[in-house]
Design a protein around this ligand. Structure first.
Ligand SMILES: Nc1nc2c(ncn2[C@@H]2O[C@H](COP(=O)(O)OP(=O)(O)O)[C@@H](O)[C@H]2O)c(=O)[nH]1
Ligand SMILES: [Mg+2]
Length: 205
């Protein structure tokens, strides 16, 4: 169970639409935050944990999301109202998908990151048990060159033993040429206020 958020109160969250390509993205007024990462890294679980309700479909079947899924989220952060669109990006790196499908997925993601002018931040999820690979580092590079604020969040942190946590966080951060505390962590039962805090710090509230 997710612990109740102290300072972020989500009052409304709903699915807006799914887009298989850029042209299918509908008009809306909300600033966008993209949630991106390897297939099965925990994107949908993370979104549900952030908003404190079951919103995105969690699948035991990796590679099942091939669209950009847009969710609207409204609430307040430290008593101040906010509204955002969270975009659940298709998972990359799922080896069992045909090569053409994998290439189409990464083209769509790269185009979205490069061209989407409503994009305010990218949350890149990385399993806490594996160091970043080429795909993750490519996203870091694109965000840097486009000037998009990037938050790196290590998922499944609950699966590590207490003693192993600091070292794992340090190792993955080092893979991005970052310090341990530059990357955030998430896991079952963990509060999400630290993530909201960092998010509002980069996008402004
Ligand atoms: N223990 C643990 N399992 C997780 C966590 N996040 C996701 N999972 C599991 O990992 C699998 C993939 O999660 P999902 O959110 O569908 O990943 P997605 O493909 O990136 O959207 C599911 O079986 C989840 O239950 C986490 O923080 N802790
Ligand atoms: Mg998913």
């Amino acid at each position: 169970m997710t612990r109740p958020n102290q300072q972020c109160k989500v009052t409304n969250a709903e699915f807006m639409f799914g887009a298989p390509d850029m042209r299918a993205i509908r008009k809306h007024q909300l600033p966008e935050i993209a949630v991106i990462g390897r297939s099965n890294v925990g994107k949908s679980t993370f979104i549900n944990r952030l908003v404190g309700r079951k919103l995105a479909r969690v699948s035991g079947n990796p590679g099942s999301t091939r669209e950009l899924n847009f969710y609207s989220v409204e609430g307040s952060w430290r008593e101040k109202a906010f509204g955002q669109a969270l975009v659940d990006m298709p998972g990359f790196g799922f080896a069992k998908l045909p090569k053409e499908v994998r290439e189409a997925i990464s083209r769509l993601s790269v185009t979205f990151l490069r061209e989407r002018k409503y994009l305010r931040a990218v949350i890149l999820l990385n399993d806490c048990r594996r160091e970043p690979a080429e795909d993750e580092l490519a996203i870091q590079t694109i965000c840097a060159s486009e000037g998009i604020p990037l938050l790196i969040v290590l998922t499944k942190f609950d699966t590590l033993r207490q003693n192993d946590k600091p070292k794992a966080q340090k190792n993955v951060a080092a893979g991005y040429h970052l310090e341990k505390d530059d990357v955030l962590v998430t896991g079952e039962g963990m509060a999400t206020d630290p993530i909201w805090e960092r998010l509002f710090a980069v996008i402004g509230d």
